[in-house]
Write a protein that binds this ligand. Structure first.
Ligand code: NDP
Length: 410
């Protein structure tokens, strides 16, 4: 199948690299983005490293008509959307208009309202189904691999699941005072929201970053402070799996949090436009323009990521605690693809998701989340394409049932 990747950031680079390696599944590859020179740089690098040609194009994916024209011209079977969440719906519309399958790694959110919710994209289900097309949502690491880890745990390791804790650790250091490892605007919109978690039949809400505790990560990473956040995969997992509680945690360094607090306090993380020299600008968009591009962190970042799911429940009448995770090394990722581990851990699953669709393992008309498919073929590819996973059964639950969560939640 011909594949069109949209978005030439860190994630687009890795996905293009991995799709270029999939010679049996991907016949021809095109990388298109707002800035064509970025596509050309990546295509040149892939040709040097793998000897495979990647075509490039300029597109404004906010414009459905531009996207549709590019699709008609290149005639891909699948569009892999690795631009920003704002473009999800215009690209889905273009796919419907031209009869092409769709995949992304982040759910749609309106520019003026930082709400990470699936309902906008789930509303396309019938239209995709009727057209005989598939849309695979959230095929990154989290969401993405974490959804597959949960589906695998539910199908193979538990009779009943009580709690899922998704825990995302970036123990890498780029040496800069403040930078984000993926798009700064999307990253800061995400972490300045109130923390929310699924509690049996409702969402409990806590003040942003107010609930945290220590978690001892494996493979020499050691104990780190993890913070409770809202993250989009909890919405689909709470709908598709029978689970009492789902929480999402992420590590942040003290240095990162101090910078973030200052930026928040002076209003630089706001998306409300202000007038400046006769122009209306959102402070967060300006902040993005002055922060380092995530793709520039590749050569600087050392250390590892560890992202996984800690699942607690019952098997054969006995309590069970199970942990499934991947550890990815920033420098190894950079050596292989020219991008650091955050881009790598997202771009590899995007390419594997594409392969699942192209090879027919996961081809079903409609709009779907990752946990709605059989996990085995995806997990096999993860092991073979640079993100091996490890599963362990733990004697004790290493995250105590925190009092703060019960007290702070509403
Ligand atoms: P970057 O900001 O580095 O890259 C985004 C790219 O999209 C840029 O090249 C940008 O172009 C391009 N782009 C933006 N708007 C448009 C447009 N209107 N038309 C065409 N191209 C456009 O982001 P990342 O690579 O870090 O992240 C990519 C996506 O992956 C994001 O949606 C992010 O939320 C998601 N993600 C998902 C994760 C997961 O685990 N599920 C984890 C990390 C990221 P230009 O260079 O010209 O600005």
């Amino acid at each position: 199948m011909k594949v069109l990747i949209v978005g030439a950031g860190g994630v687009g680079r890795v996905a293009a690299y991995k799709c270029a390696e999939m010679v049996d599944s991907v016949d021809e590859l095109m990388l298109a983005s707002r800035t064509q020179s970025k596509c050309d740089d990546i295509a040149g690098d892939i040709e040097k490293r793998l000897g495979r040609k990647v075509q490039t194009a300029k597109v404004d994916a906010d414009q459905t008509s531009e996207m549709a024209a590019l699709i008609r011209d290149f005639q891909p079977g699948l569009v892999v959307n690795l631009a920003l969440p704002y473009q999800d719906l215009t690209i889905m519309d273009a796919c419907l208009e031209t009869g092409v399958h769709y995949l992304d790694t982040a759910n749609y959110e309106p520019r003026d309202n930082p709400k990470f919710e699936y309902h906008w994209q789930w509303a396309y289900h019938e239209r995709f189904e009727k057209a005989g097309l598939m849309a695979l949502l959230g095929s990154g690491f989290d969401p993405g691999v974490t959804n597959v880890f949960c589906a695998h745990a539910a199908a193979n390791h538990f009779d009943e699941i009580d709690t899922i804790d998704i825990i995302d650790c970036n123990a890498g250091d780029h040496g800069l005072p403040f930078a984000t490892n993926f798009n700064p605007e999307i990253n800061i919109r995400e972490i300045t929201q109130p923390g929310r978690w699924w509690n049996r039949d409702h969402w409990a809400e806590v003040e942003a970053m107010s609930v945290h505790q220590s978690f001892d990560f494996p493979e020499g990473i050691g104990p780190k402070e993890i913070y409770l956040l809202y993250h989009e995969e909890m919405e689909s997992l709470s709908k598709h799996l029978d689970v009492n509680k789902i929480r999402f945690w992420m590590t942040f360094s003290e240095k990162y949090l101090t910078h973030l607090r200052v930026l928040e306090n002076v209003g630089m993380t706001s998306i409300e436009p202000v007038q400046f020299r006769g122009e209306s600008i959102a402070p967060l968009e300006f902040l993005k323009a002055v922060l380092p591009e995530p793709s520039s962190l590749g050569p600087l970042t050392k250390g590892k990521t560890c992202i996984g799911c800690l699942v607690k429940g019952k098997k054969d009448g006995k309590d069970k605690t199970y942990y499934i995770y991947n550890v990815c090394d920033h420098q190894e990722a950079y050596k292989e693809t020219g991008a650091q581990a955050i881009s790598y851990t997202t771009g590899v699953p995007a390419a594997i998701g594409a392969k699942m669709m192209i090879d027919g393992h996961w081809m079903r008309p409609g709009v779907w989340n990752m946990e709605q498919f059989e996990s085995a073929p995806f997990l096999k590819e993860l092991n073979e394409r640079g993100l091996p996973w490890i599963e362990t059964e733990l004697g004790d639950f290493p995250i105590p049932e925190s009092e703060t969560i019960a007290v702070g939640a509403s």
